[in-house]
Structure formats: C-alpha cells, structure tokens
Ligand binder design. Structure first.
Ligand SMILES: [Zn+2]
Length: 116
C-alpha cells in the first residue's frame, strides 16, 4: 500500500491504494484519476482537496451514493453502483466513482476482482 493523489473534476483525494488500484487509476498521462479506481473505502482516504473551498482537508471526503443500478454496459459487464465523493464542508463534488461487476463472476469467484 502507498499513498497516491487521485484527481477528480472538483479537486483531489489522497488515498492508500493497492498496486492493482494504482494501475487502474493511471491513465498514462502522468497523473492518477479517481474515476477508474472504483469505490474507495472511507478509511483508505486520508485527505481531500476542494477546488471550491481551495482548502486541503485532513480527513476523507463524504461518499454520496447516487444510485444502485443494474445496468448492463457491455457484454458481461454490469454497472452496479455509482456515486460521488463530496467536500465535507461545502458538498461540492470532488470526483465520481463507478462500481462494475462481471456478469459471469459466479463461475470464477476467486478472481472476481481482477481487471479486464
Ligand atoms: Zn468545499
């Protein structure tokens, strides 16, 4: 585990990521992004920066669940949840998250988390 800065549309979050999560966040442009990582647990996030407040807070952002869905977005891939990380002070959106599930997960439960 190591600490990374993850960019969102309205600021950034400092979070502990596994190597696998860090790879997902890295879109190859020299920065890491919040959106591709999936949902981060609150205790994994140590700080957040809000562009609206122009302040870096020494605590995690709030997690705002927008909807639980079951939308099929591709063959074999289902969007199960989406939501936002929001500023603990002004409620501005720091970034978004999406949680996906592979449809055939049950047949390969041990490797369900692996990417691709
Ligand atoms: Zn704010």
């Amino acid at each position: 585990m190591a600490e990374f800065k993850l960019q969102g549309s309205g600021g950034y979050v400092i979070a502990d990521l596994t190597e696998d999560q860090a790879k997902k966040a890295d879109l190859g442009v020299g920065k890491l992004f919040l959106a591709p990582v999936g949902k981060l647990e609150e205790q994994k996030m140590s700080k957040h920066y809000c562009k609206t407040c122009e302040v870096e807070f020494n605590n995690p952002p709030k997690i705002h669940l927008e909807e639980n869905t079951n939308e099929q977005v591709a063959d074999n891939l289902i969007l199960v949840e989406r939501g936002q990380y929001t500023c603990q002070q002004c409620n501005s959106v720091i970034g978004e998250y999406r949680v996906f599930k592979k449809q055939d997960e049950s047949s390969d439960a041990g490797n369900a988390i692996s990417s691709q």
